[in-house]
Design a protein around this ligand. Sequence first.
Ligand SMILES: Nc1ncnc2c1ncn2[C@@H]1O[C@H](COP(=O)(O)OP(=O)(O)O)[C@@H](O)[C@H]1O
Ligand SMILES: [Mg+2]
Length: 275
Amino acid sequence: MTKTLAFSGKGGTGKTTIAGLVIRYLIENHLAPILAVDADANSNLNEVLGVEVTKKIGTVREEAIEEIKRLPPGMLKEKYFEMRIQDAIVESRGFDLIVMGRPEGPGCYCYANIIFRKYVDAIGDSYRFVVMDNEAGMEHLSRRTTKDVDLLFIVSDPTFRGLATAERIKELVGELGLRCGRIHLVVNRVQGELPKDFLEEIKTRGFTEAEFVPEDRMVSELDLRGQPIFDLPLDSSSMKAVEEMMSKVLSETLKQEAFVRQNGDRLRGHKTPVF
Ligand SMILES: Nc1ncnc2c1ncn2[C@@H]1O[C@H](COP(=O)(O)OP(=O)(O)O)[C@@H](O)[C@H]1O
Ligand SMILES: [Mg+2]
């Protein structure tokens, strides 16, 4: 069954970087096939992953909606959309990538868009992991996908104000009715030891699961030279932190799955979080 991991958080906190490191972790641990989804309009996940993007979903959608008007009779519109969406999938080293690009404008809830979205959602089903890098807000996520997110990582900088923003995003998820199996806070760019007050604040803000990724000089150096995060040595401090975070998260998944298997009958008919 596909697991969908999504990243959210204020701009500049490190969503794209950590999404890239998580994809690298999944590849290194033979957990492919992986679909990376860049759902941030100001996107650069492809740069972090070191791949070039020629077509974005937004462009393909607009082209396809025009093209179906001229389709020969007998050709199914849905089939055509499905085919065109394939054009926007970039295949790379151990993962595929789709870049959403420009979002649908307001009022674009027409039939064609609904069908199109259905196929974009369906792409993920053939992968073991879908890793989505999102914008700061969560509204677009509810607009763009009908899918449940198994695990949402809310990324924050190590400041009290950052935690307040992270909490607002968490609340928004509830208000928008997004279905999330679990929410983990990720405090990124940590330098030295975090004060006790800060750790207390994490709990006060209602986060029960928190992960920490250190400030990593090697990430800044790669960034400075315009090189992909994929070139980061596996023993770098941020990569090691992500490895620890992911092995914890994945072992929770296995436990959860075993629990669901053992209690299958009792749980049938209920929506159970996969994480
Ligand atoms: N752990 C880290 N150590 C050092 N630099 C980092 C770390 N995480 C992110 N950065 C840097 O912070 C900047 C913003 O990161 P980015 O992932 O683009 O944030 P977002 O996607 O949330 O806007 C980038 O220049 C990135 O290289
Ligand atoms: Mg980003």
